[in-house]
Design a protein around this ligand. Structure first.
Ligand code: COS
Length: 400
């Protein structure tokens, strides 16, 4: 059982400790039975439905649209993600997309859009998706090419989105497209597109090393009602970034869950596996690895819950804190899991072993929702901006 002493840290309130207990019990009892490796789409639907029935998807949205409070509780999102990830990456993925895929609606939707799209997300009866990346625009969001043109009461969308999680099974997609109010980042807008909209097709399903539903979407003269615009025309980039400000810390939390499981597995294996008649756990070189793994996990947890707590205190922007949390937790989790594989010897690379699964699961987290390299840009800009501000007696310097 992974160390739970972090729940005593002052970042948490009583409701978070109760939630951690409840989601832990629920995950232990239900997750393994809901994952069918032969039917990934069906597993995601079943996981989301079960998480909705148990009340956990309510944390992905807000009141009075099926949620609990009037804003995301980022610490709650992180606790749910880390607990589900510790059990199985697909369970974490299924829950995560309910949050990311409805986040822009929570943050910038009209009451009508919130009322229509959020309750089914909370109930677990409909899946959400976040369609930002394109074949030629991943890290560089300002380079998006997909267009949305006003036509009477509608917007007409044309273009391609790729790497879209829940592509093909989502009830709605939040889609970012160029509306042309300005150049680059200033000319993008965000829309909610129903999953069954005419002109939206699944061009390709994408297989990845840790399978989850992923697709390329093609939009051909796909008309969405004008009232499905989120925020104002031209605000799409800021809506995307504000959403990622909330959810990047939760990616760090998922990495933390995977790392905690790797440490659990390593502790169990090294306690029972013998070398020269004695358990591996008694060797100092093994203990050194265990010490590094445990320390990396606590350091990552501190950054993740610092970012989540800061957002929950009402900070308007936590780009720096969220970027540090995501970057550090995902990179450290990769290293912790690699150590766990090493400690397992041949068993660590045997298909079907838990650490082999973790080794595949962690990799994408260092890439999606802003690769480590992008997080470094965000962190460096924040540091340089703060230093420039000091040097100029308060004037902000956003870019070097
Ligand atoms: N909240 C609100 N506004 C934000 C913001 C945030 N978190 N981050 C940036 N903005 C605003 C900026 O203030 C700026 O507004 P002004 O022009 O009015 O000052 C505007 O958005 C443009 O910001 P910036 O100049 O930093 O944009 P860049 O094009 O340089 O992009 C990076 C910066 C690379 C950090 C951004 O494109 C990014 O995060 N890319 C990764 C995208 C990603 O995560 N992709 C994965 C898809 S989801 S799986």
């Amino acid at each position: 059982m992974a160390d739970r002493s972090f729940l005593d840290w002052p970042f948490f309130e009583h409701r978070h400790r109760a939630l951690a207990h409840d989601i832990g019990r629920w995950a232990d009892a239900h997750v393994d039975g809901l994952v069918d490796h032969e039917d990934i789409d069906g597993s995601c639907r079943a996981l989301v439905r079960a998480l909705g029935d148990a009340g956990f998807c309510a944390h992905a949205v807000i009141a009075p649209h099926g949620g609990l409070g009037d804003a995301h509780d980022v610490r709650a999102l992180c606790l749910i993600r880390e607990t589900l990830a510790r059990r199985h990456g697909l369970a974490d993925f299924a829950f995560a997309m309910q949050g990311l895929g409805s986040g822009p609606i929570v943050l910038h939707g009209s009451d009508a859009l919130k009322g229509r799209y959020l309750p089914p997300v909370a109930a677990g009866t409909s899946l959400g998706a976040f369609a930002l990346s394109e074949p030629d625009a991943g890290s560089d969001v300002a380079a998006l090419a997909m267009t949305a043109e006003r036509s009477g009461d509608d917007y007409v969308l044309n273009g391609v989105k790729t790497w879209i999680s829940n592509g093909g099974i989502a009830g709605h997609y939040v889609v970012f497209a160029r509306t042309g109010e300005g150049a680059g980042a200033k000319g993008l807008s965000a829309f909610v597109v129903p999953g069954d909209a005419a002109g939206l097709e699944i061009a390709e399903r994408i297989d990845v090393i840790a399978p989850h539903p992923l697709a390329t979407l093609k939009f051909t003269d796909c008309a969405v009602p004008g009232d499905h615009l989120l925020g104002e025309p031209g605000e799409g980039f800021k809506i995307a970034m504000a959403t990622l400000d909330v959810f990047r810390s939760t990616v760090g939390a998922a990495a933390l869950g995977l790392a905690r499981r790797a440490l659990d597995e390593a502790l169990r294996h090294t306690a029972s596996r013998k070398i020269g008649g004695r358990p591996l756990a008694g060797l100092q070189m093994v203990q050194a690895k265990i010490a590094d793994m445990a320390t990396a996990i606590d350091a990552a947890a501190l950054l993740v819950y610092r970012a989540a707590w800061t957002k929950d205190q009402g900070a308007p922007r936590v780009s720096r804190e969220a970027a540090m949390a995501k970057m550090f937790a995902t990179e450290q989790a990769q290293s912790v899991i690699d150590d766990a594989v090493q400690l397992h010897g041949g068993l660590g690379v045997k298909v079907g072993s838990k650490v082999e699964e973790l080794y595949r699961e962690i990799r994408a987290l260092r890439i999606y929702e802003g690769a480590t390299d992008v997080q470094k840009l965000v962190i460096a800009r924040a540091a340089q901006s703060a230093s420039g501000k000091q040097a100029r007696g308060g004037a902000d310097v956003r870019k070097p």
